[in-house]
Design a protein around this ligand. Structure first.
Ligand SMILES: Nc1nc2c(c(=O)[nH]1)N[C@H]1C(S)=C(S)[C@@H](COP(=O)(O)O)O[C@H]1N2
Ligand SMILES: [Mo]
Length: 323
């Protein structure tokens, strides 16, 4: 979803801090002992997944039992493909961010619940994960750019997280926010509206399909896929599935997401997968499977209509709302 045409508020690539400056700063920090040990180990170990697993204190929890209610009549995407072809703009606006993402400090990590809740609180992510009913679900994932994958996520129903947060009955939406710090290179692209934000209605968040991800392929989810806690809403375009979440805010105002803020005409709030509503710059009728590059027809709600169609009764005719 690179925004191709540069607008007045965008800067040329040359205005961005060059990678070499960034790397030097990191090694200076490391030399001064300020960077975490894990960052130094990154270069010595093999794949990102291997490193994440070594340093992830929840590794003992996986694999977890697969929930067979969520069947997918597609081959699983290879782990290699799904963990080396990513969208995570905090690490750059291209797909090859998996190595850069190993710098993400996934611990300590806290998650804040605030806004319209009985009591605001901040919890350690490990306390949260260990309190939740973990299971594995094989889900399809459909990026708005028309590539798709099928992967085994581990995690827990978003409904359990909502229960944990104890929102007031007046809350209508949940707004989610990704971490933001000075280390990840993407934040220097300051024309993006950081932090990454996404939102769901309370009904969507309580739907059985909405899943909080903590693992992938039977291991802790690696940084590039959104460690330590991300969302999976498989009936919506992939950008709704916000990564590396630090805050859940319950509100009665519809949140404005990162992509909506950037280009509302192309990335709407609902973002339900729909082969009949083209993106303004490309068709959504088909999608390309990661790994095999096979082209297959896109399905309404990404094939999950039986679970979610009733959430949108009466909305289909309101044209762009259904994007
Ligand atoms: N914080 C954050 N979350 C994000 C993104 C991002 O750039 N930053 N990209 C989104 C998009 S466009 C997609 S398709 C998926 C990609 O998830 P994957 O890399 O695990 O396949 O993450 C989504 N979540
Ligand atoms: Mo995406």
């Amino acid at each position: 979803m690179l925004i191709k045409s540069r607008r007045g508020w965008e800067l040329p690539e040359s205005a961005v801090t060059p990678e070499s400056v960034y790397i030097n700063r990191r090694s200076l920090l490391a030399a001064a002992g300020a960077a975490p040990i894990a960052a130094g180990l990154g270069g010595l170990l093999g794949t990102g997944a291997a490193r994440a697993q070594m340093v992830d204190p929840t590794a003992d929890l996986y694999p977890v039992t697969r929930n067979l209610r969520y069947r997918v009549e597609r081959e699983l995407t290879g782990e290699e493909e799904a963990t080396t072809y990513n969208n995570f703009y905090e690490f750059g606006s291209h797909k090859q961010i998996w190595q850069a993402a190993q710098e993400l400090d996934i611990r300590p990590w806290t998650v804040t619940f605030d806004g319209m809740v009985e009591q605001e609180r901040t919890v350690d992510v490990d306390t949260l994960i260990r309190a939740m009913p973990l299971e594995e679900r094989v889900y399809r994932h459909r990026c708005v750019e028309a590539w798709a994958m099928t992967v085994p996520w581990s995690g827990f129903p978003m409904a359990a997280l909502v229960d944990f947060a104890r929102p007031l009955s007046s809350a209508k939406y949940v707004r989610m926010e990704t971490y933001q710090d000075e280390e990840s290179p993407g934040f220097r692209q300051f024309w993006y509206p950081w932090p990454y934000v996404e939102g769901l209605t309370m009904e969507e968040a309580a739907n059985d399909l909405a899943f909080m991800v903590t693992g992938l392929y039977g291991k802790p989810v690696p940084p590039q896929n959104g460690a330590p806690l991300r969302l999976a809403t498989p009936w919506k375009y992939g950008f709704k599935s916000i990564k590396s979440i630090v805050r859940f805010t319950f509100t009665d105002e519809r949140p404005v997401s990162f992509w909506e803020e950037l280009q509302a005409s192309e990335y709407g709030f609902w973002a339900n997968v729909n082969p009949e509503v083209p993106h303004p710059r490309w068709s959504q009728a088909t999608e390309k499977l990661l790994g095999t590059n096979e082209r297959v027809p896109t399905r309404i709600y990404n094939g999950y209509g039986e679970f979610v169609a009733s959430l949108y009764d009466g909305m289909a005719s309101t044209e762009r709302l259904f994007l």
